[in-house]
Ligand binder design. Structure first.
Ligand code: FES
Length: 139
């Protein structure tokens, strides 16, 4: 049976408000190279259990490019593209998770935790390193 146009099963959910890309490429999360693990399985389990994808889509990605700043995460919102690099443990990942939960609870984009500020970098800036001076990159 094919649903008709007025079938409520066909109704689509609104798109998520943001997307988080966790890099798990050639360098990010390579503990044998001395980098912290990327909590992929934990994030997947939490995202699924709490249905966070409805608000913040989680994508586990191959190499995003700036390997020299591994571990890397990219956060995309309608008005900002934020890069986070050299995530140096589970703390920044937990801050991202808390932010996603906050957005889910509010059903709105929330300010990202200040704890993440020191990991921000400008992908194509003159100084591609966390904390480098550069233009504002959004909320
Ligand atoms: S492996 Fe993560 S940026 Fe290249």
């Amino acid at each position: 049976m094919t649903p008709s146009d007025d079938d409520p099963r066909k109704a689509r959910r609104p798109p998520p408000l943001a997307q988080v890309l966790l890099c798990s490429g050639c360098c990010c999360g390579r503990t044998d190279g001395g980098r912290p693990a990327v909590p992929i399985e934990r994030f997947k389990a939490v995202w699924k259990a709490e249905k966070l994808n409805r608000t913040v889509q989680l994508t586990v990605s191959g190499c995003l490019g700036p390997c020299e700043l591994a571990n890397v995460v990219r956060v995309m919102t309608p008005d900002a593209l934020e890069w986070l690099g050299r995530l140096d443990g589970q703390g920044p990942y937990e801050a991202l998770l808390a932010w996603a939960r906050d957005c889910q609870a509010a059903q709105a984009l929330r300010q990202r935790p200040e704890a993440l500020a020191r990991y921000r970098f400008h992908r194509f800036g003159m100084l591609a390193r966390p904390g480098a001076a550069g233009p504002a990159i959004g909320p």
